[in-house]
Design a protein around this ligand. Sequence first.
Ligand code: ZN
Ligand code: ZN
Length: 337
Amino acid sequence: MDVGKLRNFLRICDVKAPRDQPNALAAGVACPAPPIPPPPVSSIRDPTSIMWRWAIPIAICHLLALAAFAPWFFSWSGVVVALLGFYVFGVLGINVGFHRLLTHRGFSCLKWLEHSLAILGVCSLQGSPVFWVAAHRRHHHHADERPDPHSPSVNFLWAHIGWLLVESGVFAPLGWKFQYAKDLLHDPFYARLERSCVWIALGSWLGFFVVGIATGFLIGGSGLQVLQFGASLLLWGGIVRTVAVWHITWSVNSVTHLWGYRNYESEENSRNNVFIGILAAGEGWHNNHHADQRSAKHGHLWWEFDGTYLTIRLLATIGLVNGIVMPNSRLAAARVR
Ligand SMILES: [Zn+2]
Ligand SMILES: [Zn+2]
């Protein structure tokens, strides 16, 4: 990896005074994206500042995801499993579990369901629940300011993936996870996941391979056909799906702080982006979300489709969820007309 290019990615911006109330709505006054200083440049000169422990697995997964399109690995069954996995691990695990429940407590449910949703999120290989929640709460607390781990005020690539590849110092202060996610760390279930989450995710990938092998035997395939089908389900159900959900989640961090429209003049540069809004099942109505972070409903206008909220509603209909937090009724008055 070219460290010089990474340095260029992170070159920019003058220092700006921090805001006292980062998430308060400005009273009808437009607030352009504030520039933020780059991460410590001295550390970027050092190749050891690249977080190889994350960069290498991310690179390997992308290569394997590309390999899945080779004819030998491709199967329509794999594509269907990937789409189902997108909903189960992406929408249920990340959107419903990690984001709207664990981070913002936008609804309530029994512990067994909360923990099950957390396990589904873990299988998306986006880090432990504590890491994800702490990083996201830090983003909300300091959105588009220096402590924001992934602001596109640095640049698009930094917000999208760079913050996961280069040691920037934003996570350096000891105890940042405890500061932002101590409620989770007090639960022994989440404390244990700090050590085991990667193995759970890899185990779920292995599960796709085993199911593929078993299905191949049941339908009477030859040894090579059975292996081929198992490999196809592993690549599509596990790796292609994981990489796709990565980029969708990362697009919420990058795209929806750059491009789109604003319903509310919040103090950061969050945007509602139609493409990401639909693709990410409602997570792309990001300006609405920044304006009213606890609300479990991110689509505020009738046409802002929010598949994640509809899923939460469905869970409530069958009695698994209650206490759904709806958009603040006073918020509509602050909406940009
Ligand atoms: Zn944001
Ligand atoms: Zn959020």
